[in-house]
Design a protein around this ligand. Structure first.
Ligand code: GDP
Length: 296
């Protein structure tokens, strides 16, 4: 049976306290347990190291060795450091710019980019009362533009009419012009994805960015891909520059380690969580919820 990190830590300390006083070696033993659990949760190795160092410093500073309930105390410290690493506050999509505000969605094929675009459009319309226009700039995958149009009809958000033969930049231009003329508040640009990162993809993203000057560039990444998602976030951030991350498939059985690593590695906030295929399955990112998931 799966034993949670909190249970494991409590067990380690209970065993130790029954023996009398705690030593630093005991704390190190607990840290080993923490490191193992984080690695199992798919947290990147260097993130695990710096995390464990922080917990150690905090535990020593807080006098865990002499405390009455060291187990609980360490669990609390781990929880606090988890939340700090994840970013303590929830950051919403930033729309504070002159409309139409462009939001560019980037990511690999299959990550959930198009689905997430439609989910965000629905949310902005329903919760924020925004007039939203969506446009698919994916001219590589024949069905991509149609897929977005289908989702648009489903969530009752307009999509830019499809014109065959246009380049992504031409579509972006048409979308921004239509939004200006027709008074939309927000334009969601769903860009093309590929199965892996390559230079033409990055160049295309950079070109669209310099044309559309998006206020937000959101990387859509599949939480279940763990370390790959972390490397992806790093590459996209270095090459294109992202303003936030949407982690999809958090309804799957991933332990949330990707979230922890991504935030640590890129310094960019995770803004939203995809939690299913339905158009309402988009949650605000809650650091405490991810911390609970990792702690178990
Ligand atoms: P894209 O290639 O990145 O545009 O990916 P799609 O938006 O086409 O999504 C690929 C598949 O993932 C679709 O079947 C979606 O319904 C599914 N999907 C997207 N987001 C989520 C999510 O958060 N959870 C689950 N379980 N499935 C998702």
């Amino acid at each position: 049976m799966f034993e949670s990190l909190s249970d494991k830590l409590s067990a380690v300390f209970d065993r130790l306290t029954r023996r009398g006083s705690l030593t630093e070696a005991d704390v190190n033993e607990a840290l080993k347990e923490i490191r193992r659990a984080l690695l199992e949760a798919d947290v990147a190795l260097d993130v695990v190291r710096s995390f464990a160092d922080k917990v150690r410093d905090r535990a020593v500073g807080a006098g865990v060795v002499k405390s009455v309930s060291p187990g609980q105390m360490v669990v609390k410290i781990v929880n606090d450091v988890l939340i700090e690493t994840l970013g303590e506050t929830t950051e919403a999509i930033d729309l504070a710019a002159k409309p139409p505000v462009a939001i560019m969605m980037v990511g690999l094929q299959g990550a959930g980019k198009t689905t997430t675009t439609a989910k965000i459009a629905k949310r902005l319309k329903e919760r924020h009362g925004k007039g939203v226009l969506m446009a698919s700039l994916d001219v590589k995958r024949p069905a991509a533009q149609e897929q977005l149009a289908v989702l648009g009809r489903q969530v009752e958000v307009d999509t830019l009419p499809i014109v065959a033969g246009q380049t992504p930049i031409q579509i972006a231009r048409r979308a921004m012009e239509a939004a200006r003329l027709e008074g939309y508040d927000v334009v969601l640009l769903d860009t093309a994805g590929r199965t892996h990162i390559d230079e033409p993809l990055m160049q295309e993203m950079a070109d669209i960015k310099s044309y559309a000057s998006p206020h937000e560039i959101l990387l859509v990444a599949d939480a279940l891909t763990g370390q790959d998602a972390v490397n992806l976030a790093k590459s996209f951030d270095e090459r294109v520059g992202i303003t936030g991350i949407v982690l999809t498939r958090m309804d799957g059985d991933g332990r949330g380690g990707a979230a922890l690593s991504m935030r640590h590695v890129t310094g960019k906030p995770i803004k939203l969580i995809g939690a299913g295929e339905k158009m309402d399955a988009l949650d605000e990112f809650s650091p405490q919820r991810i911390a609970n998931r990792i702690l178990g």
